[in-house]
Design a protein. Sequence first.
Length: 304
Amino acid sequence: MRSLSCVAITVIGLGTLFSPAQAKELWTPYLRGVDEGLASGALPPAGVYGVLNNYWAGYDQYDSKGHKTGLKLDALIEVPVVLWVTGLKVLGADYAVALAQPFDYTNVKMAGASSLSNNAHWGNFNTILVPGQLSWSLPNDLHVKTGLSVYLDDASSSPAHPPSGGGVGAGNGHWSLQPDLGISWLHDDWNLSLEVHYDVNFEDGKTHYTSGDDISVDYTLAKTIGKWTVGLGAHQQNQITSDSGAGAAGCATKNGCKVNNYGMGPLVGYQFTDISIMAEYNHNLYAENDVAGEIFNVRLVTKF
């Protein structure tokens, strides 16, 4: 299975899984941990917002037993997002739409080697459309948000159309649908949030390979003091169903190709007059059938 997505000033991300043994799909649609620090159940006031995630990852690949294989992946992922909170009410909820066009730089190498055949390159990930998000403000400072993210089959490179210089594709060669759910308790400048994404991946029309469904969860515990926000973020990503198609025979076994990863780390943010900035760091706690390691994301948010 493999990765990118979400919005609301909950944003939109991209998580990655490179698997040369299967050499099928490369990315899992949601970018692990990208929305840590946000109030995932709430939308901001009506208006148009710009969000930019600057996401760096230094990954090792792990096998089905959680052991490093020696393969490494360095990635820089830029995720610009436009979020429009319309001011309309639907079923008593605030309604918003969003659009993201991520792009990424990847470099694959073996431990002790500078690179594999000079494969480092930039590319465009699948365009992400969010046709609707609904956020309800409930009693006792609770907020609940639902939404749907759609990943288009328009990446600049993929397993079926690899980059000319080698390396991993910049995106997936298939469509994905991602229902989203966010729950937040926002009280006395505390933010306790849970954000869940369920990814449904369609068959790659060229390779006829289908990545299994997966679930991604981001956790936030943060406190705002004046213009500063400090706290702790955590994430998990678990593949629910097995991959299928040519080359996926081993995925039917226990663990098989299923992705599992967990990470945690601190976060800190500051609110300027017209822009907010938040930095998040996550360290890998455990991973199998996946790439994982150190993640550092700097998120900028402004209202146009």
